[in-house]
Write a protein that binds this ligand. Structure first.
Ligand code: HEC
Length: 729
């Protein structure tokens, strides 16, 4: 208690002022979303808030809260849930909580403001995204979060527009179009970054087959939404470059086949160091994946598969480090960064860290880009290590899939991908969601196939079948391929597994680990750690796991019935600590096959919801069970074999990256209702379901093409129906 001795009127006034300023968070309610650089810099002194996607300016996904801790976490249970509504797709954002209000994003780039204590909706923002843009993302209609700053909430919608929203009302303040050419499949799914006076956002799109998609980040004035600067990750194929550093980058590309110069999409992690005024971003693979299509020379293809630093105020180049020169394995370097201070050879260094898709954990000096550490945090066979002098990977024979098909670890999904990793300065450990899997790379051109961009399809020059390797199907498309049995499987029984690994970035070794999923790509979630000596991670099977941060001891497992890919956040409101996580299956899962049996979405409906937990909470309500509908008798088949082959080819190229045969995120088109059969061309060519994420395809397909796809689907439906009838007999 403060004892205030009243001496005069003036003293009362100043004493009250002191009282109010000390008690500010409780008494003098701040305006909504009142975050600025001072407050963010002092984030450690405000444990109750989760200010950014990664909680603080360093992207640690670590909370100083300890009310929930290793002694009492056993009583953690359900507090509230909020249903984000349809469409039922992947959830990848981590909720931000500032002064009792939760801000987060969902599919398309919808934004939600909730009372963090109760989950009650305060407002919801519809970005009114162009419906056709749902066709652009490689990996589902996802959004990885918002930024909150000085009374506003910023989000990038699926169509690449950047929105500033009034945090009090949910009304639009400004919207900027960040896409340079809407004829190209640019899309934004990442969270924006606040950097000084600007808000920065990147994009994806170069994995989908169209010439000329060059990744870039762009910056927009926070206040007005005016364009500030743009930094391209790859040079223009011809003509003058947009900024001088691209001239140097252009020298690292083979000048042949300029139509193949693309890629480098910065589709996820961004970070900012305000003291250095440096914005950090990672870039994706080159397009096409098979760079030998451009020419036989080895060239680096800057700035693809790189970590790049540019000035926040001007967008000027500061430094870059390329993790994978001449990347041909889909090793995007876009994974989220953590900024920290680390002791390196007796000196404290300001570092930037990344558990890169390629399997190596990088520690760089974030002022200069100097490489300080690069050890593999998971099994890799494409490189024997990183040469610390040149910074370049030392390739193994396995890396070269042009001479023969190769089984490469990690797979295209990465040893670690967008799922946030968490850094605890308390334990000195990074908690990494790891995918230990391989995929087979086949050189199509060497196997009688033809490499070309197919509009709507992946820019795969080399193909990357995984365990669901359908040699026969691919052979029909690309010509004869070696059967999978001929390929070496180095570690049978461990083809695909996921783990949580506690990684010591100073000693560069694993301190503890747990296998989290096996057998199928379950896409386990991002991690969060707390000062309560806890690490949280959701799993594909619907369980939220809690570990002791120092030892990895399992402390609590909470079933939710919802596939969790996102990382949780934690915050305090009304004197109580809560943990919240967004649940919903999707993401890259949309492309890889039917929903894995290990996913909660195989047993329960894939509801998109935020689930909040508290001490002494109850049992999490499970979504309704999933009932996989049986085949019904399909319409009569009237077609020619030629039409079926054409239909299959078109289906694989234009539809299969979203539609699977079997239960998945989108409808199984072998099981369409009579209504959908009747309206097939209205859906496929005229956009009858555009509002639900099924764009129209009349730019790519004719009436005859649609008929051929329909005939192929009816044929497949008959196969399914006949097999079902047979089994019932
Ligand atoms: C980018 C993802 C994506 C691609 C590519 C895609 N679809 Fe879809 N499709 C969807 C989604 C999402 C739905 C579900 C819409 C809804 O819930 O109403 C859907 C629904 C449908 C339906 C309605 C099914 C039913 O049971 O009612 C048909 C028919 C369809 N798609 C056909 C196609 C065809 C043919 C292609 C290829 C030319 C294709 N789609 C490509 C995402 C996609």
């Amino acid at each position: 208690m403060h004892s205030i001795r009243i001496v005069s009127g003036r003293a009362v006034f100043s004493a009250l002022a002191v009282f109010f300023s000390l008690a500010a968070p409780v008494f003098a309610a701040r305006p909504p979303a009142d975050v600025d650089s001072a407050r963010l810099a002092a984030a450690a002194r405000e444990p109750s808030n989760w200010f950014t996607g990664g909680r603080d300016g360093n992207g640690t996904y670590h909370s100083p809260l300890s009310r929930i801790n290793e002694k009492n976490v056993d009583s953690l249970g359900f507090a509230w849930e909020y249903d984000l509504g349809a469409p039922k797709r992947g959830q990848e954002a981590t909720p931000i909580v500032v002064d009792g209000v939760m801000y987060t994003s969902g599919t398309w780039g919808f934004v939600y403001a909730l009372d963090a204590a109760t989950g009650k909706l305060l407002w919801k923002y519809d970005p009114e995204a162009t419906q056709q843009a749902a066709r652009n993302p490689c990996c589902d209609l996802v959004n990885r979060g918002v930024a909150v700053w000085k009374g506003r909430v910023y989000v990038a919608s699926i169509d690449g527009r950047l929105h500033a929203i009034d945090a009090a009302t949910g009304k639009r303040v400004w919207v900027a179009d960040t896409v340079v050419d809407h004829a190209l499949p640019y899309t934004s799914t990442g969270a924006p970054l606040i950097a000084g006076k600007v808000v920065v956002i990147g994009n994806g799109g170069s994995d989908i087959g169209k010439t000329g998609v060059r990744g870039y980040i762009s910056a927009w004035d926070l206040e007005t939404g005016r364009f500030a600067w743009r930094f391209y990750a790859v040079p223009a194929a011809t003509g003058p470059q947009e900024h001088p550093d691209l001239e140097a980058a252009a020298k690292t590309w083979d000048p042949r086949k300029p139509e193949f110069h693309g890629g480098g999409s910065p589709w996820d992690g961004l970070a900012y160091d305000p003291a250095l005024d440096l914005v950090y971003f990672g870039t994706g693979n080159a397009a096409p994946y098979d760079l030998t299509q451009i020419g036989p020379t080895q060239f680096d293809a800057l700035y693809t598969a790189s970590i790049v630093a540019v000035k926040g105020s001007t967008g000027q180049y500061a430094w870059h480090y390329q993790t994978v020169p001449h990347d041909e394995w889909d090793f995007d370097t876009v994974q989220k960064f953590v900024l920290a201070e680390l002791p390196v050879e007796g000196k404290t260094r300001q570092v930037i860290m990344q558990a890169s898709k390629n399997g190596f954990f990088y520690v760089l000096d974030r002022r200069t880009g100097e490489l300080l550490g690069a050890k593999n945090y998971t099994y890799v066979n494409w490189a024997s290590g990183i040469d610390m002098k040149t910074g370049r990977p030392v390739l193994t024979e396995t890396a070269n899939w042009h001479i023969a098909p190769k089984n490469v670890y990690p797979s295209w999904a990465g040893g670690h991908t967008w799922m946030p990793m968490s850094w605890s300065a308390r334990t000195g450990l990074m908690y990494i969601p790891v995918i230990d899997a391989s995929n087979v790379w086949v050189d199509i051109a060497n196997n009688g196939g033809q490499v070309k961009y197919i509009d709507g399809f992946f820019t795969v020059g080399g193909i990357m079948p995984d365990t669901a390797y359908d040699a026969a199907g691919l052979a029909r498309l690309y010509g004869a391929l070696p059967p999978l049995a001929d390929l070496s499987r180095e570690r049978d029984g461990h083809l695909v597994r996921e783990l949580i690994r506690a990684w010591d970035p100073v000693a560069q070794k694993v301190v503890w680990e747990h296998e989290t999923s096996t057998g199928a790509r379950g896409y386990d979630g991002g991690t969060m750690s707390t000062a309560g000596n806890l690490v949280f991670q959701g799993r594909g099977n619907g369980e939220l796991w809690v570990y002791a941060a120092d030892t990895g001891k399992v402390l609590k497992v909470i079933p939710t019935g919802s596939h969790i890919m996102a990382a949780p956040s934690t915050f305090e409101v009304g004197g109580e600590q809560l943990v919240a996580v967004q649940a919903g299956y999707g993401g890259a899962g949309i492309t890889v096959g039917p929903t894995p049996a290990s996913s909660a979405a195989s047993r329960y409906q894939n509801v998109n919801r935020i689930i909040a937990f508290k001490l002494g909470g109850g049992t999490v309500p499970l979504p309704a069970p999933l009932v996989v509908p049986p085949f019904t008798e399909p319409p009569a088949q009237t077609t020619t074999p030629g039409q079926l082959t054409k239909g299959e080819t078109l289906f694989v190229q234009e539809c299969s990256r979203c539609h699977q045969f079997g239960p998945s995120i989108t409808p199984d088109l072998r099981k369409m209702s009579p209504v959908s059969h009747a309206g097939f061309k209205d859906i496929v060519l005229r956009g009858a379901l555009s509002g639900n994420g099924m764009g129209r395809f009349d730019d790519l397909l004719s009436e005859q093409d649609a008929d051929a796809i329909h005939a192929y689907l009816i044929d497949e439906a008959w196969k399914g129906w006949n097999a079902q009838q047979q089994a019932a007999r």
